[in-house]
Design a protein around this ligand. Structure first.
Ligand SMILES: N[C@@H](CCC(=O)N[C@@H](CS)C(=O)NCC(=O)O)C(=O)O
Length: 202
């Protein structure tokens, strides 16, 4: 398998954590990409018309995007307990938490583009404040349910772990841990997993 990748993308990290947890990481060749919404990469665009990473090319020649599809594919291969629960309330709780983690990453990546890529005179403070509000509310919701989040490794906890890792990497000054001690405690343990250590943003 081949993966269009960048080591600082939280969505790529999510796919790679799943690959590590399923014992598949060694089967993936990484194809480094350094594109952005304003500096497209033609090779990536040929595989993913949306121009986004992660994008996986399977050994059968299937091209898969986005991270949710790739994670579901990797979960269908590999070994050990499945990361996407097959059914029941556990499935919907895991998928909902995946959406929450992905949403934090979407808001964070969007803010990063707004502050780094967009020319200074065109930046929009209200839009950035709106994204910060999404992240703050999502973190508060996770703090409120931290006890339930903790016990099981699944796609939801992986997405949340990658989202918190991205906040530490790009927005450390925002100090998300303040007022969220239970989530911070959960993440301190989760971040020590071998899969998380192997994929930490450089
Ligand atoms: N929903 C997508 C989001 C992927 C995404 O936003 N990736 C960013 C890098 S972190 C990207 O490729 N941005 C380039 C662009 O938007 O043109 C997923 O889950 O894979």
């Amino acid at each position: 398998m081949k993966l269009h990748f960048n080591p600082v993308s939280p969505f790529v990290r999510k796919a790679l954590v799943v690959a590590h947890e399923r014992g598949l990481a060694a089967q993936i060749t990484l194809l480094p990409r350094a594109m952005s919404p304003v500096t497209p990469d033609e090779e990536l665009n040929r595989d993913n018309p949306l121009g986004k990473i992660p994008c996986l090319i399977t050994d059968d020649g299937l091209v898969l995007y986005d991270s949710r599809v790739i994670c579901a594919y990797l979960d269908s291969l590999g070994q050990g307990p499945e990361l996407i629960p097959a059914g029941g309330s556990e499935r919907w709780a895991a998928l909902r938490r995946e959406a929450l983690g992905d949403g934090i990453m979407d808001a964070g990546v969007g803010m990063r583009y707004e502050t780094v890529l967009r020319p200074e005179g065109l930046r929009w403070a209200d839009w950035i404040a709106g994204q910060k509000g999404k992240i703050a509310r999502a973190l508060d919701a996770l703090e409120a349910e931290a006890q339930e989040v903790a016990p099981r490794l699944h796609i939801g906890t992986i997405a949340i772990g990658c989202a918190l890792g991205y906040l530490d990497f790009r927005f450390a000054d925002d100090r998300w841990r303040e007022r969220r001690p239970r989530l911070a405690e959960w993440f301190a343990t989760f971040a020590e997993r071998a899969s998380m250590r192997a994929t930490a943003p450089a």
